[in-house]
Design a binder for this molecule. Structure first.
Ligand SMILES: [Cu+2]
Length: 171
C-alpha cells in the first residue's frame, strides 16, 4: 500500500536513494533516519500554512450588562434616581445626545461618579463626579460631551462600600 507513495515522494532523489527507500519499505519498517528525510522533503514541497489572521475583534464593541435599562428613547434628559443606597436604574444605556438628571430621593447625600474603564475607582480617571444633597437634583451636560461611547463604572463615593454602584453605557 505505501510503496507507491514512498516512490512518488522520493522521485526527485537519486536512484540510489530511491532503491534504498523501496528496499527498506518492502522488506522492513523504514528506519527513523529515512522517515525523517522523507518528511523533510515533503515539508519543503508543501505550501506553507497561512499565518494566523489579524485580530477579528478590531471593530469596537460595547459589552452591555444583562438586564441593563435602555433609556435611549427616554427623551433628551434621562432621570436617574439616587436612594439610600442604590441607583435606579443601576445600569443604564444612554445615547451620546442625552443629558442626565440625577435626583437624590434618599435621606443622605450621594454622588454620581463615573470613571474611565479600566481604571475602576482610580480618581485620576474621573469623568463625572456630582455630589447631590438629600432631596436635591443635579443635571449633567449632554453625555456625548463628557463620555465617549463605552461602558463606564458608576458609583457613589460615599456608599460604594455599601454596594451603591452601577454602570453607564453610552451607545
Ligand atoms: Cu451614596
Amino acid at each position: 500500500m505505501t510503496r507507491p507513495v514512498v516512490s512518488a515522494l522520493v522521485v526527485g532523489l537519486t536512484a540510489t536513494l530511491l532503491m534504498t527507500a523501496c528496499a527498506e519499505e518492502g522488506s522492513a519498517p523504514p528506519s527513523p533516519g529515512a522517515a525523517s528525510s522523507e518528511v523533510g522533503s515533503t515539508g519543503r514541497l508543501s505550501p506553507t500554512p497561512p499565518p494566523p489572521g489579524p485580530d477579528a475583534s478590531a471593530e469596537p464593541s460595547i459589552a452591555v450588562p444583562a438586564g441593563c435599562t435602555d433609556l435611549r428613547d427616554a427623551g433628551p434628559v434621562v432621570t436617574i434616581v439616587e436612594r439610600d443606597n442604590a441607583f435606579e436604574p443601576a445600569c443604564l444605556v444612554v445615547a451620546p445626545s442625552q443629558a442626565l438628571s440625577i435626583e437624590n430621593r434618599g435621606s443622605a447625600a450621594h454622588t454620581f461618579t463615573v470613571v474611565d474603564p479600566p481604571g475602576g475607582v482610580n480618581p485620576r480617571n474621573l469623568r463625572i463626579d456630582l455630589e447631590t444633597p438629600a432631596g436635591g437634583e443635579t443635571n449633567t451636560e449632554v453625555v456625548g460631551e463628557i463620555l465617549g461611547q463605552g461602558a463606564y463604572p458608576l458609583y457613589c463615593r460615599f456608599h460604594q462600600v455599601d454596594g451603591m454602584v452601577g454602570t453607564v453605557v453610552v451607545q
